[in-house]
Design a protein around this ligand. Structure first.
Ligand SMILES: NC(=O)c1ccc[n+]([C@@H]2O[C@H](COP(=O)([O-])OP(=O)(O)OC[C@H]3O[C@@H](n4cnc5c(N)ncnc54)[C@H](O)[C@@H]3O)[C@@H](O)[C@H]2O)c1
Length: 361
């Protein structure tokens, strides 16, 4: 591949363009807003000059609702030999592409599973896709050449290709991304008018569950609108589970002992199902999740403390598998939870205590 056109030079389009120009590909930039394309060019993402003839691949990086229309226009202009888009949902754009009578052989849908909360070219980065999954959704009509062209782009961006059916992709992202976003927002929304004293008690659990509730509503309305029916199905199943959980909780207060026991069993079942689902989320480097133990260290809130702690863990010959920092709402201290291999817990605790750290087991 030598030449690419990026149509829509926002966050994703400019990030792909930066990655490809960095790998020696000539990238032609287009956007409905010429200033946006010029900004992308000034960042080194390519040129706003049109190509002399058809480029090898056109990457359509516009909002999902516009993918069909823009693809039809690009094919009419004979912009490229092959085409892809990067929209976060796949079935809707695919249906529109079919309805508009676009050439299906030269097109393959795709979705890089990477992004940021900010949009526009200024938020872009050449390394945005490094090590991230990039879903490809070929159909029986897709030509091998179109598939190979996009596989090459995925490799040049440092991402990992995953081939999926468009509808299966949309169900998957509803389950692992779109529904969790709404649930996080719903839990955080309960805090909006909560008593100040209650909010001040917020610990790590509520912080973990509500972290993504800080996302931009505008961006999410676009994403959810494009996958609304599938997300609604996931939430309907969740609503049924929620109804059962409320019934089980009410039963815990019942006068009848049998009913109380049934309520406790219902709650335990929910928590166990949660354990099983959570354990299926891939661990480091996509490997099956590994059981790590936690060593919690009290850390003063001053410059250099974290670096000193990490240095001493390294000097003890222990690899930190993961790290979580929990902040005290009342004092100028934090708790650093270091996830380490079970065998490392005792020697690490002893080594850190030997250097004066306060370690909780
Ligand atoms: N933001 C993310 O985290 C993320 C992640 C993966 C995929 N995506 C997908 O990538 C695509 C682009 O998203 P983004 O975050 O880069 O958005 P963005 O708002 O940063 O960029 C979109 C760009 O498309 C341009 N545009 C709109 N209509 C156009 C048209 N008709 N012709 C040419 N350009 C046009 C806009 O001017 C804008 O510059 C979307 O389909 C989105 O679903 C986004």
């Amino acid at each position: 591949m030598r030449t690419v056109a990026v149509v829509g030079t926002g966050l994703i389009g400019t990030s792909v363009a930066l990655a490809l120009t960095g790998r020696g590909i000539t990238v032609h930039l287009e956007d409905a807003d010429p200033d946006t394309a010029r900004t992308a060019a000034s960042l080194g993402a390519g040129t706003t000059e049109p190509a002399d003839g058809p480029v090898d691949l056109a990457i359509i990086a516009v909002p999902p609702a516009l993918v069909g229309k823009v693809l039809a226009d690009c094919q009419r202009r004979d912009l490229a030999r092959w085409y892809t888009d990067v929209a976060s949902v796949k079935a809707g754009p695919r249906a529109e592409i079919t309805a508009l009578g676009c050439d299906a052989a030269s097109y393959i849908g795709s979705h890089p599973m990477a992004g940021r909360e900010r949009s526009g070219p200024l938020a872009a980065g050449a390394d945005l896709f490094e090590g991230r999954p990039w879903v490809l959704t070929p159909t029986a009509d897709t030509s091998t050449e179109a598939l190979n062209a996009v596989l090459e782009v995925v490799a040049l961006c440092g991402a990992m290709p995953i081939v999926m059916d468009a509808a299966a992709h949309d169900r998957a992202v509803a389950l692992v991304s779109h529904a969790p976003q709404l649930l996080s927002s719903l839990v955080a929304a309960r805090l909006e008018h909560a008593d100040e004293t209650a909010v001040r008690l917020s610990g790590q659990g509520v912080r973990d569950v509500t972290r993504i509730a800080a996302s931009s509503p505008g961006m999410w309305v676009d994403i959810l609108s494009a996958n609304a029916a599938v997300v609604a199905d996931v939430l309907e199943d969740l609503a049924a589970d929620l109804g059962d959980t409320v019934t089980a909780l009410r039963s815990l207060q019942a006068a009848d002992e049998g009913e109380r026991r049934a309520g406790a069993a219902g709650i335990e079942a929910v928590l166990r199902r949660g354990n099983h689902g959570q354990a299926r989320i891939p661990g480091k480097h996509g490997a099956p999740p590994t059981r790590y133990e936690t060593v919690a260290v009290v850390l003063g809130d001053q410059p250099g403390e974290l670096g000193r702690l990490f240095g001493e863990v390294g000097a003890a010959g222990v690899n930190i598998e993961d790290v979580v920092i929990e902040h005290s709402t009342a004092q100028q201290v934090g708790f650093v939870q270091l996830a380490v291999a079970p065998a490392a817990v005792k020697p690490l605790t002893a080594a850190l205590r030997g250097h004066g750290w306060s370690v909780r087991e």
